[in-house]
Design a protein around this ligand. Structure first.
Ligand SMILES: NC(=O)c1ccc[n+]([C@@H]2O[C@H](COP(=O)([O-])OP(=O)(O)OC[C@H]3O[C@@H](n4cnc5c(N)ncnc54)[C@H](O)[C@@H]3O)[C@@H](O)[C@H]2O)c1
Length: 253
């Protein structure tokens, strides 16, 4: 049977305690990978995900780490180097933003969003992640973007710009490090059922679903399965790509 096999692979993911990040941790572990992930504040939820991964028979470590803080990221990756010695998979998932229009945006909030959503994805690579991929003889980087990187809408300009910046990082890493067997791709996701959608009431959610041609919200697992595939050798000819996962919503507008 054709199956995604990540046996013996070591993965690092940011923002793993809930939502899309948690689903990715579990999918990669189910495919055989050991997992190290960061979280921002919820100790109990993070420890719960560690237990769920361990129950799948895999090694798991969680790190309280603000991905927008380079020193914290470096400390985290130094420890992962001790534990794993290499990395085959990096998933830059942590991020988010309040909906803020440009006439209400403060320089401080712009910094906050760029730091978590864009700088964080650079930092995981710059602060030791790239060296650990090289130790593995190559690997796969997957960034979690948003359909807002195309549309400009859905969170305010600070959010769409922070996600659009991932395109440049993706193309650069794919071209520059392809010869070292390192691939990089981004998933541009939209309307996935996580806490991020709690800001919408039922009426608003119905209106949102009506804009999705496939007629439903995305599940965290939709993103997790695609991440597992892109992490695997099956996807070894896909690099530098941004893949829209939005049930065709962007094209229907
Ligand atoms: N759910 C959606 O519809 C949707 C749509 C487009 C993009 N996304 C993206 O998907 C990713 C996952 O979001 P989600 O839907 O699971 O939402 P979520 O709010 O449940 O999860 C976001 C995670 O990122 C972490 N995080 C945020 N800032 C951080 C920081 N500075 N340092 C460390 N961790 C930080 C949070 O702690 C949390 O674990 C995010 O990058 C988000 O922008 C989600």
């Amino acid at each position: 049977m054709l199956k995604i096999d990540l046996t013996g692979k070591k993965a690092f993911l940011t923002g793993g305690s809930r939502g899309v990040g948690r689903a990715i941790c579990l999918a990669l572990a189910e495919c055989g990978a050991d997992i190290a992930f960061t979280y921002l504040s919820r100790d109990e939820a993070a420890n719960g995900v560690v237990k769920e991964i361990e129950a799948l028979g895999r090694e798991a470590y969680c790190y309280k780490c603000d991905v927008g803080n380079f020193d914290q990221m470096k400390e985290t990756l130094n420890d992962i180097k001790e534990k794993f010695g290499k990395l085959d998979i990096i998933v830059n998932n942590a991020g988010g933003s309040k909906v803020v229009e440009i006439d209400e945006l403060t320089p401080e909030y712009l910094d906050t969003v760029l730091k978590s959503n864009l700088y964080g994805s650079f930092y995981s690579i710059m602060a030791g992640g790239l060296d650990l991929l090289k130790e593995a003889g190559g690997g796969s980087i997957i960034n979690i973007g948003s359909s807002a990187m195309y549309s400009g809408m859905g969170g305010g300009p600070q959010y769409s710009a922070s996600k659009a910046g991932l395109l440049g990082l993706t193309r650069y890493m794919a071209v520059q490090y392809g010869p070292e067997n390192i691939r990089c791709n981004t998933l541009a996701i939209s309307l996935i059922k996580t806490e991020l959608l709690n800001k919408f009431d039922d009426e608003m959610l119905k209106k949102k679903i009506a804009t999705v041609p496939v007629g439903r919200l995305g599940e965290p697992e939709d993103v997790a399965y695609m991440t597992a595939f892109l992490s695997s050798e099956m996807a070894s000819y896909i690099s530098g790509e941004v893949i829209l996962m939005d049930g065709a919503r962007t094209y229907a507008k």
